[in-house]
Ligand binder design. Structure first.
Ligand SMILES: CC(C)(COP(=O)(O)OP(=O)(O)OC[C@H]1O[C@@H](n2cnc3c(N)ncnc32)[C@H](O)[C@@H]1OP(=O)(O)O)[C@@H](O)C(=O)NCCC(=O)NCCS
Length: 163
């Protein structure tokens, strides 16, 4: 297991990304790893994107691009008064190069701790999503036991990220 040197870049999500995002979110390879596995409707999705881009104190969402091609989405939400937050993410492009997920996460963690002044980040994956859990552990997240067997919760603090 070697750490990927991050490639690609993050840029802020805009309303113009809404269609692309919905296509990714509704694709089988993403949907089956989400808590809500229903197909998402365009109207509600568009409203959600509009809300996210208009509330930067509450939501920070980014499109991950590799050589100018939109490849994935990563976003922070649930900020509390101590700058603890959560994130959600996926690589939407099925032809994304290996290492894309790790690169996107490393760029986003750097942004979270250094630009957004985050203190800790919590996330979870469905318990059978081995790919995501392995990736999060590789990034330095520690498992936290919330006594829920279907969801695997993990957390990374500023100090753990800087190690
Ligand atoms: C989870 C996800 C972001 C990983 O991105 P990716 O581009 O496939 O992963 P990478 O190529 O960057 O691999 C990084 C690490 O992830 C883990 N990983 C990737 N593919 C894996 C697989 N098939 N099995 C187990 N672990 C895997 C490994 O730890 C890997 O590092 P290594 O190759 O040094 O062992 C991506 O697969 C995805 O978007 N999945 C669907 C949505 C999702 O699960 N979102 C997150 C949870 S809600």
């Amino acid at each position: 297991m070697t750490n990927t040197k991050p490639f690609g870049a993050l840029r802020p999500l805009t309303n113009d990304d809404a269609r692309q995002l919905l296509d990714w979110r509704n694709s089988d390879h993403v949907r089956k790893f989400m808590v809500n596995q229903d197909l998402i409707e365009w109207e509600g999705h568009q409203k959600w994107v509009a809300k996210v881009v208009s509330m930067p104190d509450d939501y920070r969402y980014y499109i991950y691009e590799v050589e100018g091609t939109p490849t994935g989405m990563i976003g922070f939400y649930g900020f509390d008064e101590n700058r603890n937050a959560e994130w959600g993410l996926y690589i939407g492009d099925e032809n994304a190069p290996k290492g894309s997920g790790e690169s996107m996460c490393r760029l986003a963690l750097d942004k979270f701790f250094n630009e957004l002044h985050g203190e800790s980040l919590e996330t979870f994956a469905l318990a059978d999503n081995a790919r995501a859990i392995k990736l999060y552990q590789k990034l330095g997240f520690q498992t936290i036991d919330k006594g829920e067997k279907n969801h695997h919760y993990l957390k990374i603090t500023r100090a753990e990220w800087q190690q």
